[in-house]
Design a protein around this ligand. Sequence first.
Ligand code: 8YV
Length: 315
Amino acid sequence: GGSRSAIKTEGEHVSRVVRVGPLMPYLEEALVRDHGAPLLAGSGTSDAEIAVTSYGTGVTAETMDRLPRLKAIASFGVGYDTTDVAEAARRGISVANTPHVLDDAVAEVAVGLVIDVMRGLSESDRFVRRGAWAAGERFRLTRQVSGARAGIVGLGRIGTAIARRLAALDMQIGYYSRTDKGVEWPFHPDLLTLAKASDVLVVVTAGGPETAGLISAQVLEALGPDSFLVNVARGSVVDEDALVAALEAGAIAGAGLDVYADEPHVPPALLGRDDVVLLPHLASGTTQTRQAMADLVLANVACWLETGELVTPVD
Ligand code: 8YV
């Protein structure tokens, strides 16, 4: 008797945990040390119950086929659009992400991008380095942040953290969201109206099919030639071709981006532009936050193995 998968060669170790894709060294080491978690490699399969992945890799339906006993996925990152959550739900697989712990880190980069793109900080750094200042040139005048209007697209945990910080800079805050959050800042049920009423639009909504291309040519046009776009969400939320076209046409004043549709590929048309600030998807990348994210993944794994429950299941 016994199924084929139950036959074990001598010394073979079956881990309840498997790693899917690369993870930060601290997390990888802990998973190997505490759970003997192997890496799902090549076209291999695993009988593990819980898979640990990150936003950069995710668990697709094809990967699930190679994990026939999978019951849970713990993903490093708050956004989990690279994991097929609908398919996971269909198969009875629970998914955990790492919310809360990265709110501050991401919010401070969003604020940094707002100030940078409006005040021309990165551009002026290049101006100094190429010797333009020393040669007697004057840097252009820039747009004051204080008093300007910030439109937050997606007022979740991170959106709220950003709004609070921008309000502290004396910006006027408005937001677009699926539902009225009943907060102190004005709710705009229509994104075009918010874009028209904003000097900078800060995109901080979840990725995935529901928000793909939300920041369309029409929204960028509504934003207008004196206004800026900041994106710390997912590249997929912005129609990247429309963004390039809008910048080239002067339809918006500039953009600060931490995320792109096809990372690590940045649209070549943006690389030579002085009116864009281009970051390599680093918003959550502080020592403190990445440690907290890894610890939350480990807490999810430990809790799952002990109780069959996740600490931070996705909504
Ligand atoms: C990534 C992120 O997870 O949390 C998210 O959704 O996009 C980032 O924090 C991080 O780059 C690791 O993949």
